[in-house]
Design a binder for this molecule. Sequence first.
Ligand code: NAD
Ligand code: TDX
Length: 339
Amino acid sequence: MNVLVTGGCGFIGSNLVRHLRAERPDLTVVNLDLLTYAGNLENLRELEGDPGHVFVRGDIGDRELVESLLERHRIDSVLHLAAESHVDRSILGPELFVRTNVLGTQILLEACYRKKVRRFVMVSTDEVYGSLGPTGAFTETSPIQPSSPYSASKASSDLLALAFHHTFGLDVVVTRCSNNYGPYQFPEKLIPLMVVNALHDEALPVYGDGGNVRDWLHVEDHCRALVTVLEQGRAGEVYNIGGGAEQRNLDLVRMLLATLRKPESLIRFVQDRPGHDRRYAIDPAKIRTELGWRPRRTFQQGLEATVRWYVDNPDWWKHVKSGAYRQYYETQYRGRLGG
Ligand code: NAD
Ligand code: TDX
């Protein structure tokens, strides 16, 4: 049987493709990825020569390509991860987020409906719920109140996917997960950015007062949840996926520095992200009770293993940090780090 993973060269996508090949070797994975700045084929180097992984470079918004691919490979199910994924980039330029996340998803959904794909898993985010106060957690029925252009575009694609279920009967399941961490994450996101900067003894830019809270989920636990939802989720349903590991950003950065034996004097409080959501927390009761999924990694184990991975793989992030990433970095932090 063939599954299509979109965005399979990104952080979560590449971990998912590897996970599927290891845990479901009977499935052939077709990986459609445009290889934007965030997509890196090196993430899947281990799978070179594996006939069970078919890479196709292309855009989810290319209707003809998507339809012919679904047909040619007789795709049974789709795991849709391709997206513009970084909140700060969406603040610098929202248009691409609408094009990729909203229009791209709509084109993909329509193609799946026309080509009679059996199941469509829409990988959404907890950011669609907006920000929490100091207590409580998001459930699947929490109001949709996105704050950033990124989360607004994800909310649009998430709701479009559900609309394709309600209106056209496409078998859609939506997942909304919390912040992922683990190997192969692009060093623009909090954890890899801080680890790489600390390894260079460079300043660690903490937004605002560092009191914002994220609920961390190891990418491997997320991949297991996605396979569970693909195989057992109920059509038309939404499943929150969370790691149960809430951390204030500042505490997390301190943990990273302690793990790396680097001084806290590297921390710099910088101008806050506009519209910065204060706190996310996931109530994962539904996926736990209905589908029996729960995270296996503790945050401490997962974080230590992740730091070790970046320490052991400098070639990976040095390569990633060259070129387009560098340019983006300059724009994002110009004037914020004092030089
Ligand atoms: P990422 O930015 O690392 O990877 C995105 C991938 O999509 C890249 O490989 C990129 O080349 C590809 N892509 C972008 N535009 C494309 C297009 N038009 N056509 C085909 N491919 C395209 O993102 P990630 O962190 O791995 O996130 C994957 C998905 O999970 C996204 O949908 C994101 O919204 C969602 N998500 C991520 C997190 C997280 O913490 N990283 C949390 C919740 C939800
Ligand atoms: O330099 C930084 N300094 C800083 O303080 C960066 C990059 C981030 N932060 C803060 C902002 C957030 O409170 O750290 C927290 C995490 O930031 P990001 O890594 O940018 O993640 P976030 O904005 O929470 O969004 C992530 O989780 C939900 C993913 O990027 C999204 O794709 C996902 O939907």
